[in-house]
Design a protein. Sequence first.
Length: 317
Amino acid sequence: MKDNYNKQLYKETFDEISASDALKEKVIYMNKQNNKSNKVQHRRIKRSVLILVAAICVLVIGTVAVAAANNFWIKSYEGKLKEQVELHDMECWTVEGELYKGYMLKISDPSRVFLGTIDEFGESDGKSVAEMISAYDAVAGVNGGASYWNDTAKYTGLPVGAVISEGEIAFSDQVDSYVYDIVGFTKDNKLIIGSYTLEEALNAGIRDAVSYGGTFCEELVIDGSKAIKKNGGINPRTAIGQCEDGTVILLVIDGRQEGSLGANTSELAEIMLEAGAVNAVSMAGGSYTSMYVESDSVNNSFRVEGALECPDAWLVR
């Protein structure tokens, strides 16, 4: 009886031990599986983190690249002229006001600045400032005079007024005796702003010039004083001026967009005076406003398709 009891006890004990061993093996197996799963999960998390870091790096590098392509201006400065660096022997400035942001080039050698034109004026398309920079092997430029681009005619290759290039009359839309408001450089590289017939302009030794006037174009500074006749509205703007020492100023203001609504002509005049201009005039603005350094657009046109093509542009050799 006792032997039978002992046998039964041994059997139950053995079964419990076997069950315990089986449970232990099952636990060990499950732990191994969990470890494998954790390792896989860790690898997935690590891979996801690396992908996220790489994406952030690409985004940051891309943002910096875009900024570099569109902004060469670095150093701090007080006043409306905020930041400046040297590029192609030009001073390059960021210009900021309450409602606008813009860009300015200052070229100490005025002989480097000239008027580039398209190959042939007419009822056709003009060229972008970048295309004219490339065609003339120049380093920078801004748009020049206006073209016949309105609700009824869209000829960006047809100038409004007159154009003088390399000391010759390149275009005129009026009779010979007509008096144009002209801005241009003489053969001794002085910026001239005034009213001339084309014959008078050539006799004055003007080598490169365009007409100004109309909606966007008007005198800003004459002989060191503000000379605006009307304040105009807040718009994208382009202007050209010259300092007493001969330094040429090319200026653009972004407009009609978030972060820069635009500037009026009074503000343009104030910027030019702060930059040291003794004479300055606004050029075609609005849809035309465009500044390039080499093939890089410096400013930001409000037009999705980019700034309008131009019949001519002020370029820097």
